[in-house]
Design a binder for this molecule. Sequence first.
Ligand code: ZN
Length: 130
Amino acid sequence: MVFLFRFFLLGIFGALWFCRMTKEEFSFLFRAECRQHKIADVELVFLGESKSTLAIAKGHDSCLWIFDGALSLSYQNTIELIRHELAHILDFRDGGWKRKGSRWDIHGANWKKFCAILGCKARTSIPRVG
Ligand SMILES: [Zn+2]
């Protein structure tokens, strides 16, 4: 119950430092998303600080690298981040990531298809505040 009240607070004050999510709370939301969308065998790895990124999906290892910035998002943006990264995993499991010229086209059409299925915006950057 205290747990759920924290999510209520995070929904309102998510951008503020005193309501930074704990790893346990992030994991709780992640597991709920996996259950809801019937996605099995994806692990979370918490890696500490990164200036440039919030999270990285590792297709081959079926895991998500989560950096500290991801714990300071609002509730809505946390859900979007989780779905964004799960869309990468589903894209990988659905025939592997594609190349576009010399680069990986990780935010391509197939990834966008999975964003639509999971119900998140197909944008490539999630605001850290708000
Ligand atoms: Zn991405």
